[in-house]
Design a protein around this ligand. Structure first.
Ligand code: HEM
Length: 470
């Protein structure tokens, strides 16, 4: 599997310049040689334009072609468009975004001095706080909000606390997963990967973070199904379930599913987390947080951030596989598990793509479609191809700054002052462990890939497993 990866061109270092208000043309003299362009694209007629873009994004032609055809039409990788859900979930002006569709303009979304990350996690709508115990949890806070640093510190505390348990607990839970797969493939000739993989992920996370085994509590094996339902109530406006087009659109994207329908399930999860996380609640109290707010945040970090992320990413790894460390990075590059990022301009800005500079006004909503940044052919050679050793060696390491899955470059650190994934290093570590376990156990395996609706994890079915000969 020979492949090469080249160093990036020197001129693609992300570069954003402030706009001096009086005279944009002299905003940053000498800092850019690129022409200043108006941002092309249009939002269409009120209401109709938003629905048209929504149908284009989800169904026909689907998200990749939707953006590719706009790039071609407007000859620009920075364009104006509507993003789902639009009416009636997001009020119309809120559907309007400036889409950043290359690897140079995208990183403006990481600069929290320039973009506001308040209530933009899911884009142009915000799920009801009834789904999170009445609290705006960490992921929805801008770092300028005082609670952000405290709550992120609490997640760092949890990750530190789990340090010694990660390896043994991972081995135990994922051995359990592979035993289930072996048994089902032996009995039925195939096995769906996702349900046993989600059970392993949930057991692993609760054992590592809280030392608590759900099977020994009232929760039993219900964790993943309760979380999946709760996640659906938060994310349905930006998901498709692969139902017939108009039914799918009507059910998921037009009205909010009422939070009370999932209240009981959330309470069951909350009780489990409340009983399991006493030590972390003590720590939160020392930081001036209430035990209750801490617990809703611990639940969200574990079930939404960590479980939600692993649920999407591990099937992606099985889908792309061959070799270890670089492979994990390459899988994160070619199919970032969280592909959409948003931020609202804190002030007037100039944003550079590779070939032009664009003026963005304070308050405008920016949307980055990450696969177009991490498969940018001006940054990565053979960008559409899975190149297992792309990130290997010295030349490969130089490319890590263009790997953005964690809501920041791989070469930077998550801090209480930024919005980078708190679990960044944890995720890479457990993904390596996952690949290592897989290869320790099997010489080869085969999979069948089902249709995966937009925003969902790939539907992987294991069809054959050959145990390792040594
Ligand atoms: C494959 C797994 C994961 C993926 C793909 C992932 C991805 C991300 C991304 C893209 C963001 C930024 C979202 C945004 O603001 O636009 C984020 C934030 C966050 N992630 Fe992860 N994550 C994963 C696992 C984890 C784990 C294991 C934890 C540990 C508890 C974690 C905790 C967090 C937290 C607390 C935030 C919010 C950070 C802040 O608001 O400053 N994540 N994650």
């Amino acid at each position: 599997m020979a492949s090469t990866s080249s160093s990036p061109p020197a001129d693609v270092v992300p570069h954003i310049i402030d706009l001096l208000s009086e005279n944009p043309s002299v905003a940053a003299p000498g800092e850019t040689k690129l022409p200043l362009k108006h941002i092309p694209g249009d939002y269409g007629l009120p209401f109709i334009g938003a629905i048209k873009d929504r149908l284009g994004f989800f169904y026909n032609p689907g998200q990749d072609e939707f953006f590719k055809s706009k790039i071609q039409k407007y000859e620009s990788t920075v364009i104006r468009t509507n993003m789902p859900p639009g009416p009636f979930i997001a009020s119309n002006p809120k559907a309007k975004v400036i889409a950043l569709l290359d690897g140079k303009s995208f990183p403006v979304l990481f600069d929290v001095s320039k973009v506001e990350k308040r209530d933009v996690l899911t884009g142009t709508y915000t799920p009801s706080t009834d789904l999170t115990g009445g609290y705006r949890v960490l992921s929805y806070l801008d770092p300028s909000e005082p609670k952000h640093a405290k709550l992120k510190q609490l997640v760092f505390f949890l990750l530190k606390w789990s340090r010694d348990k990660v390896f043994p607990v991972f081995e135990a839970c994922y051995t359990g997963l592979f035993e289930t797969l072996d048994k089902q493939v032996a009995e039925n000739g195939k096995s769906s990967f996702d349900p046993p993989s989600e059970q392993a992920a949930f057991n692993f996370l609760t054992l590592a973070f809280f030392g608590s085994n759900p099977a020994d509590t009232k929760l039993g094996v219900d964790g993943p199904s309760l979380i999946n339902k709760w996640l659906l109530f938060q994310l349905h406006p930006v998901l498709s379930l692969g139902l017939p087009k108009y039914l799918d659109d009507l059910l998921l994207h037009t009205f909010r599913l009422p939070a009370f329908l999932v209240k009981k399930d959330y309470k069951t999860l909350y009780d489990f987390f409340y009983d399991s996380s006493g030590f972390a609640q003590d720590e939160a109290e020392k930081m001036g947080l209430s035990r209750e707010e801490a617990c809703h945040n611990l639940l969200f970090a574990t079930c939404f951030n960590a479980f939600g992320g692993i649920k999407v990413f591990f099937p992606i790894m099985v889908k792309w596989m061959p070799l270890m460390k670089s492979v994990v990075y390459e899988a994160l590059r070619i199919e970032p598990p969280v592909p959409y990022q948003y931020g609202k301009a804190k002030r007037d800005l100039l944003i550079e793509s590779h070939d032009a500079v664009y003026e963005v006004k304070e308050g405008e909503m920016l949307f980055g479609f990450q696969p177009f940044a991490t498969k940018d052919p001006k940054i990565f050679e053979r960008a559409e191809e899975f190149v297992p050793d792309r990130f290997k060696g010295e030349a490969g390491e130089k490319l890590l700054k263009y790997l953005l899955w964690s809501n920041g470059p791989e070469t930077e650190n998550t801090t209480v002052g930024n919005k980078q994934c708190a679990g960044k290093d944890f995720v890479v570590l457990v993904s390596w462990l996952f690949v290592a376990q897989l290869f320790k156990r099997y010489d080869t395996f085969e999979i069948e890939l089902g249709e995966a609706p937009s925003g969902a994890a790939p539907a992987v079915t294991i069809t054959s497993l050959k145990r390792a000969s040594i």
